[in-house]
Design a protein around this ligand. Structure first.
Ligand SMILES: Cc1ncc(COP(=O)(O)O)c(C=O)c1O
Length: 371
C-alpha cells in the first residue's frame, strides 16, 4: 500500500540520536536548548519552548493566554487536540464555521460569536494553508482577544505577515510522526513575550523554577540541587534524543516542504480541468503553503476511497467536524458549511519521499474513477 503520510528520516537523524545516546545526557538538556534557539530564529520569534507534543503545547498556550473560565472561538475542522486544550483549561469552545474552499475558519463569521466571555481566537492553518490572519488580528484587536495559532500542519509555511505560528500572540507546532518536521512525537510553543516564556518554561517541567541542565555549572560540572516550585506544572518537556532529531529535521524542513509543494502541484495540474474535483486553494495572502496534506473534495468520496484502496493507495479523512462528536455537541456555534463539506473530503498520499510513479498511479486512478 502507498501510505497517506510517511516520515522522511535518514542517516543524519540516526547519527544525531547515536551521538546523544553516547553523550551521557539524554533528558532535557543542551540539545533541547539548541533546538529551541534555532527554531525561534527560524520562525523569527524571540522564544521557543520545546514540549513532548502539540497537544501539550496547546494546553500550556491556552493556560498562559489565561482563557480559563471564558470562551475561545475555534474551528471544528481540526484534530481534537485544539479543542481539548480549551477544555483542559476550563474554558468553553465556541465553534466558528469554515470557508468551503480553504477549510480554514471563516474570519467573516468570527465577530458574530464574540461575547463578553470571549478570551481568545484559536486558528488552525488547515493543511499548512494560512488562515486569513489580517482579518483575525483586526477582530482580536477590536475586542481585546488573544490569538492562539495551531500551526501543527504548518511548520515552515508562510502568510504575507510572517511564518505560520509566529503571527498571533502564541504559536503551537507538532512534530508528531507524520508532520512536516517530525521527531516521532514532540511539539513547540513560540512567543515574543518574556513573561509568557518564563511561565511556559516552568509549566512544562512540573512547575520547577530551574531545570536540571540550568542547575549544572558548565565549567566545573558541579550540580546545584536546590529549586523551588512556584505553581502546579506538567510533565510536558522535550528530551535531548527528540531534540537531536528535531535539529536535523529543521535543517531539512525547507527542502522537504519544497518537495511537498512539487507533489501538490503535480496533483493540481492533473486534476485542475476536472470540475468534479475540488482542489486545495491558494489565496493571495498564502505566500508559502506548508503543503502538509492534499485534500480533494468529491461527491462520491466513499466510492473513490474504496476504489483507491483496491489499487493499493491509502487515503484519509481530515476531519470529522469536532462538534459532531458526542462530547462537543453541547457547545455553541452552528457550522453548516463544515457539516456539509467534510462528507466530500479525501486526503491523498503526500510526503517528501513519494515517488513519481506513485503520484502517477494515484492521479490516473482518481481520474479513471471520476470519469
Ligand atoms: C491541527 C492539529 N492540532 C494539534 C495536533 C496534536 O499534535 P500532537 O500529536 O503533536 O499532540 C494535531 C495532530 O495531528 C493536529 O493535526
Amino acid at each position: 500500500m502507498i501510505p497517506v503520510f510517511r516520515p522522511c528520516m535518514g542517516e543524519a537523524e540516526i547519527k544525531a540520536v547515536g551521538e546523544v545516546l553516547k553523550s551521557g545526557w539524554i533528558g532535557l538538556g543542551p540539545k533541547t536548548r539548541e533546538f529551541e534557539e534555532k527554531f525561534a530564529a527560524y520562525m523569527g520569534c524571540k522564544y521557543a519552548v520545546a514540549m513532548n507534543s502539540a497537544t501539550a503545547a496547546l494546553h500550556l498556550a491556552m493556560t498562559v493566554m489565561e482563557v480559563e473560565g471564558g470562551e475561545v472561538i475555534t474551528t471544528p475542522m481540526t484534530f481534537v487536540s485544539t479543542n481539548h486544550a480549551i477544555l483542559y483549561t476550563n474554558a468553553e469552545p465556541v465553534f466558528c464555521d469554515i470557508e468551503p474552499d480553504t477549510l480554514n475558519m471563516d474570519a467573516g463569521k468570527i465577530e458574530a460569536l464574540v461575547t463578553e466571555k470571549t478570551k481568545a481566537i484559536a486558528v488552525v492553518h488547515y493543511g499548512g494553508y494560512a488562515v486569513d490572519m489580517d482579518r483575525v488580528l483586526e477582530i482580536a484587536k477590536r475586542h481585546n482577544l488573544r490569538v492562539v495559532e495551531d500551526a501543527a500542519h504548518a511548520c515552515g509555511g508562510e502568510h504575507r505577515l510572517g511564518k505560520l505560528g509566529a503571527i498571533g500572540d502564541i504559536g503551537c507546532y507538532s512534530f508528531h510522526a507524520v508532520k512536516n518536521l517530525s521527531t516521532g512525537d514532540g511539539g513547540m510553543v513560540t512567543t515574543d513575550d518574556p513573561a509568557v516564556y518564563a511561565r511556559l518554561m516552568k509549566l512544562r517541567w512540573v512547575g520547577i523554577s530551574k531545570d536540571t541542565w540550568s542547575r549544572e555549572d558548565k565549567s566545573t560540572k558541579e550540580y546545584s540541587w536546590y529549586y523551588n516550585i512556584e505553581e502546579l506544572g506538567y510533565k510536558y518537556h522535550m528530551n535531548d534524543i527528540t531534540a537531536a532529531i528535531g535539529l536535523v529535521q529543521l535543517e531539512k524542513l525547507d527542502g522537504m516542504n519544497r518537495r511537498r509543494a512539487e507533489i501538490s502541484k503535480m496533483y493540481t495540474d492533473a486534476f485542475s480541468s476536472r470540475k468534479k474535483i475540488g482542489l486545495p486553494v491558494v489565496k493571495d495572502y498564502m505566500t508559502r503553503p506548508a503543503c502538509h496534506n492534499y485534500v480533494i473534495k468529491t461527491e462520491d468520496r466513499d466510492g473513490l476511497n474504496a476504489c483507491l484502496k483496491q489499487k493499493g493507495i491509502s487515503t484519509g479523512v481530515h476531519y470529522i467536524p469536532n462538534n459532531n462528536y458526542d462530547m462537543y455537541k453541547k457547545f455553541r456555534g452552528a457550522t453548516p458549511v463544515a457539516g456539509a463539506v467534510w462528507k466530500k473530503l479525501l486526503t491523498l498520499p503526500l510526503f517528501p519521499d513519494l515517488k513519481r510513479e506513485e503520484t502517477e498511479l494515484i492521479t490516473s486512478s482518481v481520474l479513471d474513477f471520476i470519469k
